[in-house]
Design a protein around this ligand. Structure first.
Ligand code: AMP
Ligand code: MG
Length: 544
């Protein structure tokens, strides 16, 4: 087999499974003859051929060295101007066959009809040394037939957020699409950031996303809604080959069960690290079980199940932190409806759907038990006494503004001997910096927290866990560094002034989220007061 490592761009061989296996829009790509793209409804096809629209002055401002390596590229390819030209959409490599996918979706609970890749253009697929096939996709590369009334572009602020969070999530161990590069286009993009009638030009950028599959729940829904059963079947067969190669093609129920399981596991991950996606529409959930489409997402600072970063969702808070597991199940129900014609029997689909709840709940119980260092041995259920302890802790965390990340990280540092402290104030003292308003904490809250810490100590004794083991187990699952909204916003503010170093610094910090990084404590501190109500830090719109 050919050596797939240390390749130059010219060495890449494109082998495009999605477009080879599925039907293309019969309407020719107008850009192939220099004409403009026309937004339209596309029937009977999984995608349309399209081209990135060239940009003025592509400049690479950040890249992920791990993704460069994953793709089998030589580390120095990023230093060539050709890299910026290719991943800025100005140059196609031989074998690249750019296309945009057709999909539909339920947005905020309502069927929205055809959506599709309105500003994402896949360039092609390559074989990688150790990660199978991967698709390279540009986000913000110009209009496609699915752009509806929009421009197909992306602004720098949202591109920085997508680039950094994709990589941060990966290093946290959360399944996600990856980000290869962040290219400044040299063009301006006009956006009304707050939807308040003040459109303004902003710098444009393009992120190259990488994933084994970009197929969303909505790819199935569009065929189903249009009664296109033959394409529905072709797509399911393709999805099975790519995402569940161990199953026999045609085992649609087995495949759906795998999607249910992965989605439940993904929700456990989001919840355990405090990630809020913000727009869990069915076009933004991937069948691979990977996090996809980083828009107005956020990280909870204080543990508030009701929090959403998305101003567009402020009224109903459909996609608030604590509601995400339920919304994923709602989306799975839409996927089950969409593939019903392939199965022809509702009962087993319903049974697979019903299994979601147990899988999520047991996964979550295990995750929280692990967060307090009392996870049972692999394969065993969480003992009732530990579940009771985690339940009362989560309740406690919502009662006063408590920083989730700092609380769990600090709890792992507290030694068993300290948990025997008889004075309440002294007992809770090591956790003080996890609270947003320490002075407002009442005597009752301190007593309640102390009582919890004492029962935690008893449980540690009952299970015979040593301080060293508990600390290392907890530090392996409780990140010290997460991409707090205000940190990303600071990097954005600087980048908009032409200073890009904080993007690189944050990328580097987020590469080792579970390690103590001496000298980088500032990236682990809780949200400062100025960021509480600031645009970009506490709230974001979909305008990106
Ligand atoms: P989102 O909620 O960001 O996932 O986007 C929903 C739909 O709108 C998808 O079909 C996107 O491709 C499309 N879309 C969002 N922003 C743009 C844009 N600037 N240009 C074209 N299409 C867009
Ligand atoms: Mg989307």
């Amino acid at each position: 087999m050919a050596d797939l490592t240390n390749r130059s761009l010219a060495d890449l061989e494109f082998d495009n499974r999605f477009t080879n296996e599925l039907p293309a829009d019969p309407e020719a790509d107008p850009q192939a003859t220099g004409a403009a793209v026309r937004p339209r409804q596309v029937h009977g096809a999984a995608y349309s051929w399209t081209h990135p629209t060239p940009v003025a002055a592509p400049r690479l401002i950040a890249h992920s060295p791990e993704v460069v390596e994953m793709l089998g590229l030589s580390p120095d390819v990023v230093e060539t101007q050709q890299f910026a030209e290719v991943f800025g959409g100005n140059e196609l490599l031989p074998g690249m066959q750019p296309f945009a996918m057709c999909y539909g979706g339920h947005q905020f609970g309502n069927w929205a009809g055809q959506l599709g890749d309105g500003r994402a253009i896949a360039l092609g697929e390559i074989e990688t040394p150790h990660h199978g096939h991967q698709t390279l996709q540009l986000k913000g590369a110009g209009p496609t037939p699915y752009s509806r009334r929009a421009d197909g572009r992306a602004v720098l602020r949202s591109s920085i957020r997508e680039f950094l969070c994709s990589e941060a999530m990966h290093h946290l161990g959360v399944p996600t699409t990856r980000a290869l590069s962040l290219v400044l286009t040299g063009d301006q993009v006009v956006r009304d950031m707050l939807y308040d009638g003040h459109p303004a030009p902003e710098p444009g950028a393009i992120v190259c996303r990488v994933a084994s599959s970009f197929v969303r729940f909505g790819n199935f829904e569009i065929f189903s809604a249009r009664g296109d059963e033959s394409n529905l079947r072709l797509l399911a067969d393709h999805a099975m080959r790519v995402t569940t190669p161990s199953l026999e093609v045609g085992d649609y129920l087995g495949w759906f069960q795998a999607v249910v399981d992965r989605t439940a596991d993904l929700m456990v991950h989001w919840m355990r690290v405090g990630f809020v996606h913000g727009v869990m529409n069915t076009d933004n959930l991937a069948i691979s079980g990977e996090t996809i489409d980083y828009g107005p997402y956020g990280w909870i600072d204080n543990f508030d199940p009701g929090w959403t970063p998305n101003t567009t969702d402020a009224a109903g808070k459909r996609y608030r932190y604590g509601h995400q597991p339920q919304m994923a199940m709602w989306n799975l129900a839409q996927l089950a409806n969409a593939i019903y014609p392939l199965v022809g029997d509702a009962e087993p689909l319903q049974a697979a759907l019903d299994s979601y709840r147990d899988r999520y709940l047991s996964g979550w119980d295990q995750a929280v038990a692990a967060k307090i260092g009392l996870a049972p041995p692999a394969g065993q259920p969480v003992p009732e006494a530990v579940a009771a302890l985690t339940g009362s802790l989560l309740d406690l965390l919502t009662k006063v503004e408590t920083d989730m990340t700092i609380f769990f990280r600090t709890l792992g540092e507290i030694e068993r001997a300290h948990l025997a402290t008889s004075d309440d104030r002294q007992l809770v003292a090591p956790l003080e910096h996890a609270y947003y308003s320490p002075t407002e904490r009442s005597v009752e809250m301190i007593a309640e927290t102390s009582a919890w810490l004492r029962s935690y100590g008893e449980r540690i004794d009952a299970l015979g866990v040593s301080d060293a083991d508990r600390r290392s187990a907890m530090h392996a699952v409780n990140p010290k560094y997460v991409l707090r909204n205000y940190l990303a916003q600071q990097a954005i503010d600087k980048a908009e002034m032409g200073e890009y170093s904080m993007i690189l610094e944050l990328l580097d910090v987020m590469r080792s989220p579970y390690a103590d990084q001496p000298g980088r404590e500032e990236y682990a501190s809780k949200r400062p007061d100025w960021a509480r109500e600031k645009v970009g830090c506490s709230m974001l719109s979909c305008s990106s």
